[in-house]
Ligand binder design. Structure first.
Ligand code: BGC
Ligand code: BGC
Length: 646
C-alpha cells in the first residue's frame, strides 16, 4: 500500500468497520422499504407547514348529537360508513346488507347504458339509494349515504349541462369572482340531480406539463392555486340548497402535480419545505373556505405512497393544517400500497384515510374492514374517530336531517344545468380565460368590414377537443354535437355572432379548398384525455393537426394573415410556428360555450358590449423540446404574460 493512501485504507480495523456499517445500513434500509405493513415515513420538519387554529366542525350541541348517534351504530354500520362504492357495482338494495357511507358515480358511470344521463334518471338514482338506505329494517339508526361525482368543470356527466373551462383556463382568468360563481352554479347543478358531493376542486400545482392532469390544475403559481381553490370551495359550499349545502373535495393530497417527469400517480421527490409551500398552497386555500373533504393522491412523496403516509395524512393534515372534515381515498388507490389489495387495506385507514373509495370491490372490502375492526387491526378508537368525522360532515351539510334527493330545495333546477344564466356564465368564463400571445399589426379584433374568413382545423367544430377529458365520459372521446344542445363550438360561435353578420365565414376543416381568404383562422388542438392516459413524452403539436399545420405553411407563404387558436390542456411546442402566424391565442379547454372565443376575437359580445383579452399565462410555456422550465432562457411565455387590445 502506498504510504500516502488515506488512513482508512491503511487501517484494516477501520475498513472492516466501514464495510460492516455500510452493509448494515443497506440491509436496514431495504428492510424498511420492503416491509409491507410498516412503510417508512419521512418525518421531516413539521414547522415547514403553517399552523392553522384547531376548530371543531360542530357546535357543542351537535357534538353531543353525533356522539349519541355513534353509540347507536352497530360495528357493521360503522364499518359501512368507511366505504364508498360505485353505482356500477352497488345496487340500492345492497345497502341493506352493506350499509355503505357513500355512493359515487365515476367518470364512466351513470344510470342506464351510457357514461352520462339526463337530470331525471340521475335524480331517480339518488332517490333509490337514499330510500334503500333509510328503509333498512335491520338497524335502529339508518344513516343516509352521500352521493358523489366528479363535477370538475360543471356537472359534466349530465347530458345537456353547461361545461365550464377546465381549471387551467380559470387559472388564466385568475378571477376569484368568476370561480366563486362557477362553484355556486355547480352546487346548484348538483342539487338539481340529487348529488350532494363533488370531487372538486383539484388544487394541484402542475409543475410538469407532461402530466395528463395538468389541465385540472389552476396554475403553476401556488398563489393563484391558493386563492382560486378558496374561491371555488366558497362558492360551492355556500349555496343554501340540497339539504343545506353541497360538499366539496380538495384533491389530490398532496403533490400530485409535483411528480418526477409529470408522471400521473408517480413520485414527488422534493424536500418538505417545498412540499409545504408549493403543493400545500391549494389546501390552505380550500381550508380557508372550510372544505369538507380531502382526497388522497395516488402518488408518492419521496417513495412512500400518500395513502400510507401517516405523517402527512395525520400529523400534518390534522395537526398543522387543522383539517376537521374527512379524508376520502382515491379510486382503488389503496391497492397500490405494498401489502394491500383492492379488498384489504387496514393500513390506509390507520394512516389516516377515513373513507375508502372502492368502485368495484366494496362488498369484499367491507368484509375485510369488518374483520380488521373485530380483530383490533383497526382499533376501536380509530374506527370511531373516522366514523365520527364522516357523521359530522353529514350532519353539517344537513344530510342527517334532510329529505329524499328529489324533495330537496334545488332539485330539478334545470336552469342551473343549462339555463341562460349558466350559459352566460360559461361564456363569460371562456372570454376571461383566453390569453393573447401575439397580435402583429393589430390583426385582432377581426375587422367588421365585409371580408372573407376561412376557418381551418377539425377542432373548430369539436366538443371533444374544446372540452377535454371528464366531459360526459371519462376520456371524452365519443362525444358529439348532438350531446350539447345548449353549447357552441368555435365555428358555431363565429358564424352565429351578430358582429360577423357582414363576414363571409367558410369552414374548411382540412383545408381541402385551399382558399386564399382575407384572413384565416387556424385552430390547433389536443385530442381529449384524462388522468394517466394523458401523460406524454412530447409536447409536439399532435398529429390530428397535420392538415391545419400544412395550411399554416401554405397561407404564410401566400402572405395571408392568420390567427392561430390553440385548444389545449397544456403548453405545446409552438416556437417554430409563431413566425408563421400574425396572431396567436391560447384558449385552453373552454368547455361547451366556445361562443366566448368568438366574442373576444370579434371584440364584442352578442349584445354589442366591447370585450378585450384579460387572461394571463397560468403556467410557464416552454420553448421547443423542453418541459418543466424555471429559467427565463427556456421560457417562451412566463407566468403572467398576456397581451390585450389596449
Ligand atoms: C381520480 C379522481 C376521481 C376519482 C373518482 C380517480 O381515478 O383520480 O380524481 O375523483 O377517480 O372518479
Ligand atoms: C372511472 C373514473 C376513474 C378511472 C380511474 C374510470 O373508469 O370512470 O372515475 O377515475 O376509471 O381508473
Amino acid at each position: 500500500m502506498r504510504p500516502n493512501s488515506p488512513l482508512l485504507f491503511r487501517n484494516p480495523a477501520l475498513m472492516t468497520l466501514l464495510i460492516v456499517v455500510s452493509i448494515g445500513g443497506y440491509l436496514g434500509a431495504s428492510f424498511f422499504t420492503a416491509a409491507p405493513s410498516e412503510p417508512k415515513n419521512i418525518t421531516g420538519d413539521p414547522r415547514a407547514w403553517p399552523q392553522r387554529a384547531q376548530q371543531s366542525l360542530l357546535s357543542p350541541n351537535e357534538e353531543v348529537r353525533v356522539s349519541a348517534i355513534l353509540e347507536q351504530l352497530t360495528i357493521e354500520q360503522k364499518v359501512g360508513q368507511l366505504i364508498v362504492g360505485d353505482i356500477s357495482t352497488i345496487e340500492p338494495k345492497d345497502l341493506v346488507d352493506y350499509p355503505l357511507g357513500a355512493i359515487l358515480a365515476g367518470g364512466n358511470s351513470a344510470p342506464g347504458e351510457k357514461a352520462y344521463a339526463e337530470m331525471e334518471p340521475w335524480l331517480n338514482t339518488a332517490d333509490a339509494y337514499y330510500t334503500a338506505a333509510l328503509s333498512n329494517q335491520n338497524v335502529e339508526q339508518p344513516i343516509p349515504p352521500l352521493f358523489g361525482t366528479d363535477a370538475v368543470h360543471g356537472h359534466n356527466n349530465v347530458l345537456g349541462a353547461v361545461i365550464f373551462p377546465h381549471n387551467i383556463g380559470l387559472g388564466a382568468a385568475n378571477d376569484t369572482a368568476i370561480v366563486e360563481r362557477i362553484g355556486a352554479m355547480t352546487a346548484r347543478a348538483l342539487a338539481a340531480t340529487g348529488h350532494d358531493w363533488t370531487f372538486a376542486p383539484t388544487v394541484a400545482v402542475a409543475e410538469d406539463p407532461r402530466w395528463g392532469r395538468a389541465y385540472e390544475s389552476y396554475s403553476q403559481d401556488p398563489e393563484r392555486v391558493r386563492v382560486l381553490s378558496r374561491a371555488f370551495v366558497k362558492g360551492l359550499q355556500s349555496e343554501p340548497i340540497g339539504n343545506g349545502m353541497i360538499l366539496g373535495t380538495a384533491k389530490h393530497f398532496i403533490a400530485d402535480g409535483g411528480t418526477k417527469g409529470g408522471r400521473d400517480r408517480g413520485d414527488a421527490r422534493i424536500p418538505e419545505p417545498y412540499l409545504a409551500n408549493v403543493h400545500g398552497a391549494g389546501y390552505y386555500g380550500a381550508l380557508e373556505s372550510d372544505v369538507g373533504t380531502i382526497m388522497g393522491s395516488f402518488s408518492s412523496w419521496n417513495g412512500t405512497k400518500i395513502h400510507a403516509h401517516k405523517y402527512l395524512l395525520t400529523d400534518i393534515l390534522r395537526g398543522r393544517m387543522a383539517f376537521n372534515g374527512f379524508v376520502v381515498s382515491d379510486w382503488n388507490a389503496h391497492a397500490q400500497i405494498p401489502g394491500c389489495s383492492v379488498d384489504d387495506c387496514p393500513l390506509a385507514i390507520n394512516a389516516g384515510i377515513d373513507m375508502l373509495m372502492s368502485p368495484w370491490d366494496a362488498k369484499d372490502l367491507y368484509q375485510s374492514v369488518l374483520r380488521a375492526a373485530q380483530s383490533g387491526k383497526i382499533s376501536e378508537q380509530r374506527l370511531n374517530e373516522a366514523v365520527k368525522r364522516i357523521l359530522s360532515v353529514k350532519l353539517k351539510i344537513g344530510l342527517l336531517d334532510g329529505t329524499m334527493p328529489s324533495a330537496r330545495p334545488g332539485a330539478r333546477d334545470k336552469e342551473a344545468l343549462s339555463g341562460s344564466a349558466a350559459q352566460a356564465l360559461g361564456r363569460e368564463a371562456v372570454r376571461s380565460s383566453l390569453v393573447l400571445l401575439k397580435n402583429e399589426d393589430g390583426l385582432l379584433p377581426l375587422p367588421s368590414a365585409p371580408s372573407k374568413i376561412t376557418v381551418i382545423g377539425q377542432a373548430a367544430d369539436s366538443f371533444s377537443n374544446q372540452s377535454g377529458g371528464w366531459t360526459l365520459t371519462w376520456q371524452a372521446r365519443e362525444i358529439a354535437k348532438e350531446h350539447f344542445p345548449f353549447g357552441a363550438t368555435l365555428i358555431d360561435g363565429l358564424q352565429n355572432h351578430p358582429a360577423s353578420r357582414d363576414q363571409d365565414i367558410l369552414f374548411d376543416p382540412d383545408d381541402s379548398q385551399r382558399t386564399l381568404p382575407d384572413i384565416a383562422i387556424v385552430v390547433l388542438a389536443e385530442p381529449s384525455y384524462a388522468e394517466y392516459q394523458g401523460d406524454t413524452k412530447s409536447l409536439r403539436v399532435p398529429r390530428q393537426n397535420r392538415a391545419a399545420l400544412n395550411a399554416l405553411d401554405r397561407l404564410s407563404k401566400a402572405d395571408i394573415p392568420t390567427v392561430c387558436v390553440i385548444l389545449s390542456g397544456r403548453p405545446l411546442w409552438i416556437e417554430k410556428l409563431i413566425p408563421k402566424t400574425q396572431a396567436l391565442v391560447a384558449a385552453w379547454l373552454p368547455g361547451s360555450q366556445a361562443g366566448g372565443i368568438a366574442d373576444v376575437l370579434l371584440g364584442e359580445t352578442e349584445q354589442g358590449m366591447p370585450v378585450d383579452f384579460s387572461g394571463t399565462m397560468p403556467i410557464r410555456w416552454p420553448k421547443d423540446r423542453l418541459f418543466a422550465v424555471k429559467d427565463d432562457e427556456e421560457i417562451l411565455f412566463p407566468i403572467g404574460y398576456g397581451l390585450s387590445y389596449n
